[in-house]
Design a protein around this ligand. Structure first.
Ligand code: RIB
Ligand code: CA
Length: 314
């Protein structure tokens, strides 16, 4: 039976590939997409979600916009990595996939109430929408199966030396999610940096020869170029699709159970995920934390999804 999923995202190049994987793979029932401010402003991340669904022919999946700023603190974007549009690289035409008239929290509420089984939430941006939903609808937490999120790290950050972008944007939201008592799976930078979109990987998309694959090549080319310039990496870590890849192939990522605390007040460490890998704090484990990724199987999944969605375009 397919896994019912809601994606909450800030497209964002890697978010885009997570949408493609969720839409393409038969083990996922993509019920809804909600957007949040993160990689770019809410307006831009929402437009990008519609653009991705349009070029991939993803229809009938409602897209609703959520929060345009974190629960606390300033709005931050990642234009240095994702560009001014948030999805620089390809030239997109105006999207034909519409924006749902509801806001994100209403769409999540309606989707949970309408589905016969608990739904898996897959946030890959700042956790603002998810935290706001938990605060607004505590009576609906029993309709949430689990939360599988991209964010944090067992070691260094990427936005400050200590903090990863999604958590750094809204640490209070992350704290609400991690202390909610819901089953949380955390896929952090320590895992996503095991799946770098290098030139060899990008060549696999180019070889597909479909218009969608060409757009993916352009997205990855831009994304990898920025990671080379900013971080000196040989490719771009495709962070977000680790979430859906884990759902599709549970053995693809190895996890340890640990307590994850979010630093809220540190002058130099606000937004850090403090992962107690060895149980030294005595704090009860509250998350399954990703450690090791089978990169080969991961890329096979992503390339397969792009081919599946674009084959009819060939
Ligand atoms: O730090 C990487 C994460 O922040 C990814 O989800 C990326 O899309 C940005 O949202
Ligand atoms: Ca993201």
């Amino acid at each position: 039976m397919a896994i019912p999923v809601i994606l909450d995202c800030d497209p964002g190049h890697d978010d885009a590939f997570n949408i493609l994987l969720a839409a393409a793979h038969p083990t996922i029932d993509l019920l809804a997409i909600t957007t949040v401010a993160g990689n770019q402003t809410l307006e831009k991340t929402t437009l990008n979600a519609r653009r991705v669904c349009t070029v991939a022919g993803i229809e009938g999946v409602p897209i609703a916009a959520g929060r345009d700023r974190p629960l606390h603190g300033p709005v931050r974007v990642a234009a240095s990595i994702h560009g001014e549009s948030g999805l620089d690289g390809p030239g997109f035409k105006d999207p034909t996939v519409p924006l749902d008239r509801r806001d994100a929290l209403t769409l999540i509420r309606d989707t949970l109430l309408a589905h016969p089984r608990p739904v898996t939430l897959v946030p890959t941006g700042p956790l603002t929408n998810i935290a706001a939903f938990l605060l607004a609808y505590p009576q609906l937490t029993d309709r949430i199966e689990r939360i599988v999120l991209m964010g944090g790290s067992t070691d260094r950050g990427n936005t400050t030396p200590a903090a990863e972008f999604n958590i750094h944007c809204d640490p209070e939201a992350a704290d609400i999610v991690l202390t909610s008592g819901l089953p949380v799976t955390m896929l952090g930078l320590n895992a996503s940096h095991q799946v770098l979109a290098t030139e060899d990987v990008i060549a696999r998309f180019t070889a597909l020869g479909t218009p969608l694959a060409d757009i993916c090549t352009e997205m990855l080319g831009f994304f990898a170029g920025r990671y080379r310039e900013v971080f000196g990496l040989p490719g771009a870590p495709l962070h977000d699709p680790l979430t859906v890849a884990h759902l599709v192939d549970p053995d693809l990522v190895t996890f340890v159970r640990a307590n994850v605390a979010v630093e809220l007040t540190g002058t130099h460490t606000r937004g850090a995920t403090v992962v107690d890998l060895h149980g030294v704090t005595g704090r009860a484990p509250n998350a399954d934390v990703a450690t090791v990724v089978d990169a080969g199987r991961f890329w096979d999944l992503i390339v397969g999804a792009v081919w599946a969605l674009g084959a009819h375009q060939a």
